[in-house]
Design a protein around this ligand. Structure first.
Ligand code: ZN
Length: 296
């Protein structure tokens, strides 16, 4: 059993801002991630294909993958209709985003925060096995600036009351710092997932701060793919290989094989047609494979 639960979000959060890939390419990437030992994967979203063309046909991706023993495949859904489509496709682990920033929530899903909380209750009502509520802009937003941990914690309570089974705090626009991670976790406790972006180069130090504070679940994206529409040219999500590389050195088990993960990262780069922002993908592990094998 892995000590740290890594939810790989590249096939959704990473690919959603890229030019749409064909279903078979999305399936190949997920297969490579599974092969690397990632067993908790956000495989896509059930949103309007007009709004997010790269996430059209997520149902076909799920159908091509088929059920996998011991693997949690998660779909992001914005509302009850999305949840029904995901359930019809055979997925019972869902995630839904609600922003701590009223302005961002309006832009992202066209709803007020209260309307979004009501949607969470609607999603829960159709009976999925799990609903992870992802609180975006949990460390601040470009619109409102800093958002107090007490405000985030109050929203989290509302989401749990609506039936969410777990919470993830997302640093959507890269405003978190280790100090602010400590401040939020002091308010909420460490039994949450965290989702960091490298917009300002703090994703990995934020994850390390969270790890020291007792957090055991992280969202990461292969290659560091993904990004925020509000931060031009910035790096995207915390890269899976960068976090696994750190955790390996700390002796924390993830169940992930770094070399296979780097192969998946190379595949991701070739599929999207550009290099990925991950530092470990660019530089390679600090010890090359033969040395690491001898040490193991
Ligand atoms: Zn993200």
């Amino acid at each position: 059993m892995a000590d740290i639960d890594i939810r790989e979000v590249g096939p959704r959060d990473g690919l959603q801002i890229e030019a749409p890939l064909p279903v078979d390419a999305r399936v190949r990437l997920i297969e490579a991630l599974l092969d690397a030992g990632l067993h908790h994967i956000e495989v896509g979203s059930f949103v309007s294909p007009q709004a997010v063309p790269a996430m059209a046909d997520t149902g076909a991706v799920v159908a091509a993958l088929g059920p996998r023993a011991g693997v949690r495949m998660v779909a992001l859904v914005p509302n009850r209709k999305g949840a029904e489509l995901a359930t019809d496709a055979g997925l019972t682990d869902l995630s839904v985003t609600v922003s701590a920033s009223p302005a961002y929530n309006e832009k992202n899903v066209g709803m007020s925060i209260l309307e979004s909380i009501a949607q969470v209750a609607q999603i829960v009502s159709i009976g999925p096995a799990s609903v992870d509520a992802v609180v975006s802009c949990a460390f601040g937003s470009p619109d409102e600036g800093d958002i107090a941990p007490t405000v985030v914690a109050a929203l989290a309570d509302r989401l749990l009351d609506a039936g969410a089974t777990s919470l993830t705090y997302a640093d959507t626009t890269g405003m978190a710092t280790p100090r602010r991670v400590d401040d939020l976790l002091a308010e909420t406790g460490p039994a949450v997932g965290l989702h960091f972006h490298e917009t300002r180069g703090t994703g990995l130090v934020n994850a390390y701060a969270a790890l020291l504070a007792g957090v055991r679940r992280f969202d990461t994206s292969i290659g560091g793919l993904g990004g925020s529409p509000f931060a031009d040219g910035a790096a995207g999500n915390l890269a899976t290989e960068d976090l696994v590389h750190l955790l390996d050195d700390l002796g924390r088990s993830t169940g992930v094989d770094l070399d296979r993960l780097l192969a998946a990262s190379e595949l991701a780069a070739s599929l999207v047609g550009h290099s990925v922002p991950s530092r470990v993908a660019a530089a390679g592990p600090r010890l090359p494979l033969p040395s690491r094998s001898r040490l193991a």
